[in-house]
Write a protein that binds this ligand. Structure first.
Ligand code: SF4
Ligand code: SF4
Length: 408
């Protein structure tokens, strides 16, 4: 076998046989990410390096369009952080251009009834995970690994079952936001939940698999699928006027935004955990955490959290795990993202010149951090929509924001 295997029933990945020249690049890419021959964890990196465009995400966007065109359903879309810094690649913008306003505008023109930001779901994850981290430290139940990347979770379930208990029990931002749309949003807007179609727009094909585990999200479409929608509907993306997200589950904090880059989940959880422990804003270096930014395979630091010191590590690319597995268990808190650079480098992002991939990821990373630096609200606990959601809903209801990874 010279190429990655793509079964017909694969819900994330597709191969157009007529375009395949059997070059073997996809298998080489897979081995460099996954370490385990031909055992797919759905990261989709092979799509980005296939020279002929034979590999694509499994497309779901046509079904989404059918729901948009019927009048029976309220169709709600929520956009992952990394989409806004990559979509411009398909429309002649400089790599890394931050196009949040045009993205929202395009989704409204397509006909989505509500456009929300998954940075809200990321803020929820941060609140829950910061809390979990503090509890685990107090109970000496460490290390804790992040769990928002479904390819990483699948990797643990396949190859490292011994640490399933060390994965954070938090659902991913998308799974949390899906749950909130089918409960909080449905109740507040008085829409029966069976009439709501929730669509997650992501840079990630693995989220299509995750959706099958958490069906509050009805569809997952990738950045590359949105580009096809825009092109097929003849929308002039370049000249769209900026629009803002709808309220309630709308915009998240800077911490929620940097979830899209390697090190971002760690940085934002530490900002909030510090506040929870000390009842004051974290020191300045929590807002420009140089030691855990960028694309090094392992980034680490010892962090003064006030009450205790925390040994942290950020793992860039899942292949880094096996080479360093025992060493990693000595840390207290570890972030792992399957894709190089984190979700900004996900397999559902637009195709770009293969030789420029690394530079383009760098531009997207810079763009995300610049935007975080420019935002007034950089911490999840300061997001007013998150405060409202806890005060008037989450604290009073039984919303499932956590999961048991050993049962999935
Ligand atoms: S990289 Fe693309 S063209 Fe090459 S073997 Fe894989 S699917 Fe076929
Ligand atoms: S790093 Fe992000 S884009 Fe890549 S598989 Fe994980 S969640 Fe998906």
């Amino acid at each position: 076998m010279n190429r990655v295997e793509v079964n017909k029933d694969n819900i994330c990945l597709n191969r157009i046989e007529e375009k395949c020249i059997n070059c073997g690049t996809c298998l080489k890419t897979c081995k460099s990410i996954n370490n385990f021959d031909n055992d797919c964890i759905n990261c989709g990196q092979c799509i980005l390096t296939c020279p002929t465009g034979a590999l694509t995400p499994k497309y779901d966007y046509k079904e989404v369009l059918n729901y948009i065109h019927d009048t029976e359903h309220t169709v709600v879309v929520f956009t992952a952080p990394a989409v806004r810094v990559a979509i411009g690649d398909a429309f002649g913008f400089e790599p890394g251009s931050f196009l949040e306003g045009k993205l929202v505008s395009a989704l409204k023109v397509i006909g989505f009834d509500y456009v929300f930001d998954t940075t809200f779901g990321a803020d929820l994850t941060i609140m829950e995970e910061a809390n979990e981290l503090i509890t685990r430290v107090k109970n000496k139940d460490l290390p804790m690994f992040t769990s928002c990347c479904p390819s990483w979770v699948l990797y643990v379930q396949k190859y490292h079952q011994g640490i399933i208990k060390n994965l954070s029990t938090c659902k991913s931002p998308i799974a949390m936001q899906g749950a909130m749309i089918k409960s909080y949003f449905a109740d507040m807007y008085e829409i029966p939940k069976e009439k709501i179609i929730s669509v997650s727009l992501t840079p990630c094909i693995s989220k299509k698999y995750e959706r099958s585990l958490y069906p509050d999200t009805d569809f997952v479409i990738t950045t590359s699928e949105l580009i096809l929608m825009i092109q097929e509907l003849g929308i002039d993306f370049k000249n769209l006027k900026d629009k803002e997200y709808d309220k309630l589950l709308g915009k998240g904090s800077g911490g929620g935004l940097i979830f899209g880059v390697s090190g971002g989940v760690m940085e934002s959880i530490l900002r909030t955990a510090y506040y929870m422990l000390n009842k004051e804003k974290a020191p300045k270096d929590f807002y420009e955490f140089k030691a855990i930014r960028g694309e090094k395979n392992i980034k680490d630091a010892v962090v003064d959290m006030g009450e205790f010191y925390l040994k942290i590590a950020v793992v860039n690319k899942v292949s880094t795990i096996n080479e360093n597995f025992d060493k990693l268990l000595d840390y207290d808190f570890i972030e792992v993202m399957a894709c190089p650079g984190g979700c900004i480098g996900g397999g559902g992002q637009p195709l770009v010149s293969i030789k420029d991939l690394s530079d383009i990821r760098g531009s997207r990373i810079n763009s995300m951090y610049q935007s975080d630096a420019s935002l007034k609200v950089k911490e999840s606990y300061m997001n007013p929509e998150i405060r409202d959601a806890y005060d008037c809903y989450i604290n009073k209801r039984n919303i499932e924001l956590h999961t048991d990874h050993s049962k999935k």
